[in-house]
Design a protein around this ligand. Structure first.
Ligand SMILES: *[C@@H]1O[C@H](CO)[C@@H](O)[C@H](O)[C@H]1NC(C)=O
Ligand SMILES: *[C@@H]1O[C@H](CO)[C@@H](O)[C@H](O)[C@H]1NC(C)=O
Ligand SMILES: [Zn+2]
Length: 541
């Protein structure tokens, strides 16, 4: 369904007159939401007392915002009271007014996917990605990370993409040309948004729509991007500061070149395109019985297809005798070459190292369609909770559990690994400390105590751990997450390595060294199934 949207450029603190105007427009147009892509607030370093009073009035609700409005980070820093409000109210300034975020990927309730990168490029940002949420600067890695969103309906950037005016016949006589960045051109080329919005102070600029070259990825269709840069509100030059349009996120792309469009200015034919991200053919293999494929020179790169994937139940080569339970959206299997031995936990009598795997062949949970993602995450949580309940019952709360996941766009098929751990190690904080210590040794980013849920809000690759401390009936568990980018060579056995060291099972670090005969595997599966029977929610009569 199409939604009406209005997009606005810089406001520079003039919102006391703007919002009443928007209320009138909204009553006639019934906007789904409004997007402010420039500076909502005056620059704090030059703000007047009047500006400061207006900010207070906005926060205390005496300047009403008529409809859901998202505002981007522009070139100005935010006033301090706004940052306080955003921090204490989780991104909300007052009713209907929300911060879009500096580097963000979001989907509105109308199903419209918005990707935004606010601020100006600061080539000096350490590590290439900006750590701070509010200062109006970003690094090249921020743009790279956003490429992981793969598509967008609306892209919002403070600066222009490089070369955007090439191949265009639109007249252009600005006094000053806005800053333009190569990394934003690349981002736009990858996301192929239907609309790309930016701002340009005292003038309005709308380029002819341009099409992206059809490819396998676009199903041979021609995605069209409209680049529109808005003037500031209340500008004396009377240039366009608001742009209203209807958007249907489900509309399909054009089957041929639409008239009035140009080829993409972002990928000039004589310019070498950046190499696609290096993808590993098969990085994480805990079952299936073959060593990671070393890619030969010249071999085609690309993620593994479902037919070759050892996590896809649809693959006929999958070791189905390890599968212990199949749900509607995920399934449970004992690990091939488990870290623990059948006698590591005498109360159990089986290793207890399991994998919870989505039925969908997808690199990350966050990459799944919304409905599928929510249902899959909920069922994986249910499997985890059921196994926790089983541990409590079989071993009278002697064991807690650790569940870990590597969410990485270049892997073929996401999954969780689950392992019981003596509850003492958890209660003394040793499990948490072990993950943190190895990460620190490797000079990787710090773990945050945070629950990223189904991962949809995450724009980067991450590694997460859920630790359950065996308290009965409590689903309360510690959740840790480490976000990382391409500068980190994350190895897929990190979680196993941490636990191997902690449990003094160093010699079992590599799963290839823990091979079992099929007979042994079947015995362990039978032991697990017997203990899990009562807790398996898929086994209802
Ligand atoms: C809101 O803040 C403004 C500016 O400080 C002040 O004049 C006004 O009285 C406040 N209104 C309420 C309801 O607190
Ligand atoms: C209009 O833009 C010019 C150039 O950016 C600026 O000097 C002027 O203050 C703006 N006018 C208003 C009313 O914002
Ligand atoms: Zn798969």
């Amino acid at each position: 369904m199409a939604s009406k949207i209005a997009v606005i450029g810089d406001i520079n603190g003039q919102f006391p007159t703007l919002f009443p105007k928007l209320a009138t427009l909204h009553s006639k147009n019934n906007f789904a939401f409004i997007l402010i892509v420039g500076n909502l607030f005056a620059d704090p370093s030059t703000a007047t007392e009047e500006d400061e009073k207006n900010v207070r009035s906005l926060i205390n609700g005496s300047i009403p915002v008529p409809v859901t409005t998202y505002f981007a980070l522009g070139t100005n820093a935010f006033p301090a009271p706004i940052i306080d409000a955003l921090e204490s109210k989780d991104g909300e300034v007052c009713e209907h007014l929300f911060f879009l975020g500096k580097r963000t990927t979001m989907k509105t309730t109308e199903g419209i996917r918005i990707v935004a990168l606010g601020g100006q490029l600061d080539p000096n940002i350490i590590g290439g990605a900006s750590k701070d949420k509010y200062p109006p600067y970003y690094g090249e890695s921020d743009a790279k990370i956003l490429r992981g969103a793969t598509t967008a309906d609306i892209l919002v950037t403070t600066e222009w993409p490089a070369r955007i005016r090439s191949r265009s016949k639109v007249e252009f006589h600005p006094t000053t040309e806005p800053g333009a960045q190569e990394c934003l051109a690349e981002l736009c080329a990858v996301l192929k948004p239907r609309y790309h919005f930016s701002t340009s102070g005292d003038f309005f600029y709308e380029r002819e729509p341009f099409f992206h070259t059809p490819s396998e990825e676009t199903d041979g269709l021609y995605p069209i991007t409209r680049f529109i840069s808005l003037a500031a509100y209340g500008n004396l030059s009377k240039q366009k500061w608001i742009y209203a349009f209807s958007l249907d996120p489900t509309a399909s792309h054009a089957v041929s070149v639409p008239s009035g469009t140009t080829a993409s200015p972002l990928s000039l034919p004589d310019k070498k395109r950046p190499a696609p991200q290096d993808r590993l053919v098969y990085e994480s293999s805990n079952r299936g019985g073959r060593r990671p494929n070393k890619r030969r020179r010249g071999e085609r790169r690309g993620p593994l297809s479902a037919a070759d994937c050892f996590f896809c139940l649809s693959n006929e080569n999958v070791a189905t005798h390890l599968v212990t339970s199949i749900g509607d959206h995920s399934y449970l299997t004992t690990a091939k070459g488990p870290l623990t031995r059948p006698d590591t936990y005498p109360e159990l009598g089986f290793p207890g190292h399991l994998l919870i795997i989505p039925l969908t062949h997808q690199a990350t949970l966050g990459g799944m369609e919304e409905e599928e993602r929510k249902a899959t995450y909920a069922e994986m949580q249910k499997y985890r909770a059921s196994m926790n309940a089983m541990l409590a019952s079989v071993a009278s709360h002697k064991y807690g559990s650790v569940t870990w996941e590597l969410s990485k766009g270049s892997l073929p098929h996401t999954h969780w690994q689950y392992l019981p751990v003596p509850v003492d190690l958890i209660r003394k904080g040793l499990v948490e400390a072990a993950f943190k210590a190895l990460a620190e040794n490797l000079h990787w980013p710090k773990f945050q105590k945070e629950d990223v849920g189904d991962g949809y809000g995450e724009s980067s690759d991450f590694f997460r751990v859920k630790i359950w401390d065996a308290k009965d009936g409590s689903e309360k568990s510690t959740s840790l997450v480490m976000r990382f980018d391409e500068s980190i060579k994350f190895h897929s056995q990190f979680g196993r390595e941490v636990l191997a060291k902690l449990l003094r099972l160093d010699e079992r670090l590599d799963w290839h060294d823990c091979g079992q005969t099929q007979e042994e595997e079947e015995r362990d599966v039978a032991g697990f199934k017997k203990a899990f029977e009562k807790f398996d929610f898929t086994e209802e009569e």
